[in-house]
Design a binder for this molecule. Structure first.
Ligand code: SAM
Length: 305
C-alpha cells in the first residue's frame, strides 16, 4: 500500500533514497548478485547520453536494480525492457518505474533470457502501433560476477543489438579495448573487437556506488559492426576462435609452441605461419585480428587438402 504513495516520486540514486526504499520494502541486498547501486546522477546521465536514445530506440537493460538507469532511460527511449534476477527488487522497481507505460520489467536471469525473442516481439508491437524501432541498445551497470559471460553470450548468440553501453570493472573494460602489444590484450579484446567497434566512454570511481566496491569501474560503448571487416575462410569463426584461444592459453610461449595445442605438426605449423608472414617466434599478444584470421584461414585451407 505504502508504495502507491511514493509511486514515481522516488529518485533512487542517492544514499538516502536507497536506504528509505530498502526499509519501506524490507529489501536486503544480496551480495552474491553484485548489487552495487549507482548514487550519482551525473554518471547516470553520462551513460544515458552515450546511448544516444530516441523514441525509436528499444533499450534492453541488464540488472535494473532499483531503477536508477531505467527511470532516466525511459525519459528518452521508445521502450525500456529491464531484466532483473532478484525478485525482491520487483516491488521496488514497481514503485520507481511502474507508472511509466514505456517500461517493462522481466524477473529473470539475463543469462537464460532469449533477448532476440524479446527484440522480435517488441518490433512487432511497435509495428502494430504504426511505429518503428530504429535502434536496439543494450544498457547496464553489469553485475560484476558475470560481466564476461553476459558480454560473450550477447556476441556469440549474435543478439540483434546495434549498441551496448555497459559499465563494468575498469580492469575488464581495459582488456576489452586493448590493442596488440600490451599485457591486457587477449582473447576477450579480440572477441569484442571482432564483432564491435569499442569505445572507452569514461572511468567511474568506486565512490559513486552504494555499497562501495573494491575497484573502480568504466563505461564502454560497443557498436556492432554492420559488416565484419575480416575475411574468415574455410574453417569459419570456430577455427578462428580456436586459434585465438590456443594462442592466448599459453600467451608466454611463442606462437609456434602455443598453437601446437591445435594438433598440428610443428614443422607444418611453422610453414603455415611463414606462409602468412607471421614470424613463428612471435607471441599471441602481438597479433592483430587480421593476422589471427590469416593464420586460421591457412590452417583451414591445409585441413581441406
Ligand atoms: N542498474 C542498477 C544501478 O546501476 O544502480 C543496479 C546495478 S547492480 C551493479 C547489478 C544488478 O544486476 C543488480 O540489481 C542485480 O540484482 C542484477 N543481477 C545480478 N545477476 C543478474 C542476472 N543473472 N540477471 C539479471 N540481473 C542480474
Amino acid at each position: 500500500m505504502t508504495a502507491i504513495k511514493f509511486r514515481g516520486k522516488m529518485k533512487p540514486y542517492t544514499r538516502k533514497a536507497i536506504r528509505e526504499i530498502s526499509e519501506r520494502h524490507g529489501f536486503r541486498r544480496a551480495d552474491s548478485l553484485g548489487q552495487n547501486f549507482l548514487i550519482d546522477r551525473n554518471i547516470i546521465e553520462k551513460i544515458i547520453d552515450a546511448a544516444e536514445l530516441t523514441k525509436e530506440t528499444l533499450v534492453i537493460e541488464i540488472g535494473p536494480g532499483m531503477g536508477a538507469l531505467t527511470q532516466i532511460a525511459a525519459e528518452t527511449a521508445g521502450k525500456v525492457i529491464a531484466v532483473e534476477i532478484d525478485r525482491h527488487l520487483i516491488p521496488v522497481l514497481d514503485e520507481v518505474v511502474g507508472h511509466l507505460d514505456n517500461v517493462e520489467i522481466i524477473n529473470e536471469d539475463i543469462l537464460k533470457t532469449d533477448i532476440n525473442e524479446l527484440i522480435e516481439l517488441e518490433k512487432k508491437n511497435f509495428a502494430d502501433s504504426g511505429r518503428n524501432i530504429e535502434k536496439v541498445v543494450i544498457l547496464g551497470n553489469l553485475p560484476y560476477y558475470i560481466t564476461t559471460p553476459i558480454i560473450m553470450g550477447i556476441l556469440e548468440r549474435e543478439i540483434k543489438m546495434d549498441t551496448m553501453v555497459i559499465m563494468m570493472q575498469k580492469e575488464v573494460a581495459e582488456r576489452i579495448v586493448a590493442t596488440p602489444g600490451g599485457k591486457t590484450y587477449g582473447a576477450l579484446s579480440i572477441a569484442c573487437q571482432f564483432f564491435c567497434e569499442t569505445d572507452y566512454v569514461t572511468t567511474v570511481p568506486r565512490t559513486v556506488f552504494q555499497p562501495q566496491p573494491k575497484v573502480d569501474s568504466a563505461v564502454l560503448k560497443l557498436n556492432r559492426r554492420e559488416r565484419l571487416p575480416w575475411e574468415i575462410g574455410a574453417g569459419g569463426r570456430e577455427l578462428f576462435f580456436d586459434v585465438v584461444r590456443a594462442g592466448f592459453n599459453r600467451r608466454r610461449k611463442t606462437l609456434l609452441n602455443a598453437l601446437t595445442a591445435l594438433n598440428i605438426d610443428k614443422a607444418e605449423l611453422k610453414r603455415i605461419l611463414e606462409s602468412v608472414g607471421v614470424e613463428p617466434s612471435r607471441r599471441a599478444e602481438t597479433l592483430s585480428i587480421q593476422e589471427f584470421a590469416n593464420i586460421a584461414n591457412a590452417i583451414g585451407r591445409q585441413r581441406e587438402l
